[in-house]
Ligand binder design. Structure first.
Ligand code: SAM
Length: 252
């Protein structure tokens, strides 16, 4: 296999492939979406256990190599551009260059759970908690839509060609938002503002980004001094949501 464009690191370690299938807990009623099927090494195992598998692969040369099966539908296309069909599980060794947009596209769908391979650094940011160095916008936004857990770390040697970094298998279980914000777009903008200056106090981060947020400098008067002295990275998602709501109310 000599095509290494488009994140083409193929998972060749049979033990890791088997564990992904175990984590998927597949039943004959399952409809599985696989994104970035490559030449079908994982697909071949999925079709043996699931009722139906929909394998999306952008590279037509690779897609043509996937072993056909009566319960397999192959979609040759870009996972970010196609409409996802209905599925109840998503199991994939994802193309890492689209980790973020494809995850948020998935989180806009209704499904039971996902077993997904990411770069380890990205996975750590997804699961991070307040006060840790990896905690930030990605942790808050992913955890808003889903419970997220690292199931195992996978070394580069499990792939051909080996990527430069370690990977991680992550379980995503969608859940209803644990808190409600007044305006999701404003909340996302607020997170960009406060985490773009994560070493600064909340006060400075808000004042420095008043233009982006569409607020007056004195809008921080609505927030307690105790909170203003803290940094965003120590506040919980819910506390940050409350802050965003306060500022949303005093927007220009
Ligand atoms: N599933 C295989 C495996 O486990 O070995 C291949 C995984 S490889 C990391 C990612 C695959 O995603 C590649 O085959 C690549 O061609 C494909 N790919 C990259 N970007 C894509 C996109 N936007 N939509 C669909 N497939 C994509």
């Amino acid at each position: 296999m000599k095509l290494y464009k488009n994140d083409q690191h193929f998972l060749v370690d049979k033990r890791v492939l088997d564990r992904i299938i175990e984590y998927g807990d597949l039943k004959s009623c399952d409809v599985v979406l696989e994104i970035g099927a490559g030449y079908g090494n994982l697909t071949e195992l999925l079709v043996k256990r699931a009722g139906k598998v929909i394998a999306v692969e952008m590279d037509p040369v690779l897609a043509a190599q996937i072993k056909r099966s009566h319960n397999l539908e192959i979609v040759v296309g870009d996972a970010l551009k196609i409409d996802f069909p209905r599925f109840n599980k998503v199991i994939s060794n994802l193309p890492y260059s689209i980790s973020s947009p494809v995850t948020f596209k998935l989180l806009g769908c209704k499904f039971d759970f996902g077993i997904l391979m990411y770069q380890l650094e990205f996975a750590k940011r997804m699961v991070a908690v307040p006060g840790s160095k990896d905690y930030g916008r990605l942790s808050i936004t992913v955890q808003y839509y889903a419970d997220v857990e690292i199931l195992e770390v996978v070394p580069p040697g499990a792939f051909s060609a080996p990527p430069e970094v370690s990977s991680a298998i992550v379980k995503l279980i969608p859940h209803p938002p644990p808190y409600i914000v007044k305006d999701e777009t404003f909340f996302m903008r607020f997170l960009i503002a406060v985490f773009s200056q994560r070493r600064k106090t909340i006060k400075n981060a808000i004042v420095n980004n008043s233009g982006l947020l569409g607020i007056k400098d004195n809008a921080i008067g609505a927030i307690s001094d105790e909170i203003l002295r803290k940094r965003a990275e120590v506040l919980s998602p819910r506390e940050l949501a409350e802050l965003a709501d306060i500022l949303y109310d005093v927007k220009i």
